[in-house]
Design a protein around this ligand. Sequence first.
Ligand SMILES: Cc1ncc(COP(=O)(O)O)c(C=O)c1O
Length: 391
Amino acid sequence: MNYFEKWERSILASYSTPSIVLVKGSGVKVIDEHGKEYLDFLAGIAVNSLGHAHPAIVKAVTKQVETLGHVSNLAINKPSVDLAMKLLDLLQMPGGRIFFCNSGAEANEAAFKLARAYKPESEMVSVEGGFHGRTMGALSVTGQPEKQEPFKPLLSNVRFAKMNDATSIDSAINPKTGGIWLESIQGEAGVIPATAEFISASFRAAEHNNALIVMDEVQTGIARTGNWFGFEKFGVKPHLVPLAKGLGGGIPIGALAVQDSLVEAIKPGGHGTTFGGNPIGAAAGLAVIETIEQLDLMKHVQLAEVKIRELLENEHGVVEVRGSGLLLGVVLSGNYAKLVEENARQNGLIVNAVRPNVIRLAPPLIVTMDEIKEGMDVLRNAIIKSMEVVS
Ligand SMILES: Cc1ncc(COP(=O)(O)O)c(C=O)c1O
């Protein structure tokens, strides 16, 4: 039995059967079970921020697992406190606090509970196309009906505004609103950047109605967009910031950052999770952040974006390149993104057809300019080949 057959016999089909078995990785390269090498321009969907098997993560995690792999929430472990302090510093949230968990969905769940605790019985507002996770609370604020439909009834009292429509978000928010879910770039909807007007209308209405802004940075956070966090470019200060994905560089960790004015909303016993703040995940998070600082990866990400745009914009079949830093959506001239994804993979490049007409690029932040050139050559050819098939 091969691994595709084994997968189909053992793994719940909540995903379609994958088309590749990966066994190894180093830097931006991954290798499948037949020894074929790929450039990984998806990085586990914006997770492997330092690529695969980065020495800083390997060292930090190895040292931590040899020293102290897990303690309960009844003891302090130093890496989690160090990481929390570092995150508050990067987020510029003096007096704020961090709740650690294991995933993006859990970070959003925590935000949901905090918003309710802050404003009892309040209603939530979110944005059409937005994605915040698959657990029932996070799903309730996810603006993608096809993901919600089979699991109804969800948490009620969630209103959805139209993305980038200031009037729509303004009329969705009222004095009963507790939390407003925003993304600086909607990754899952097809890499759609929020406009400055939309973000400021949301913050204005939040302030007016004493509601909290939950700025979900699960996909956009930790230098992915060329800033530590995607919201920085709007010059705003969100109340709650869910984080996950790139934070652990491949080791599971999630976090909710809570602004100083709200830290009293949750009391001891009000929320928790066994593995939250696990020292191995925290050690990985510290290694990721330190490496981004040491290598000045934020600057590199900005230059990498310029390079990718240069290589793709105005090319055959490319309508637009949108997004920021190394979270980019390549909008195609038709609904053939799946073909492009397949063709690219056959030719040694992993990318993701996030929408029928959009390819998502989210390579490791350490991707070199040569790797970008090589990858974009494959992508351009894949686009041309796929256009021929559909025409
Ligand atoms: C913006 C955003 N929020 C939340 C999530 C959910 O994170 P997780 O899959 O770790 O639960 C995702 C995952 O893609 C995401 O992109």
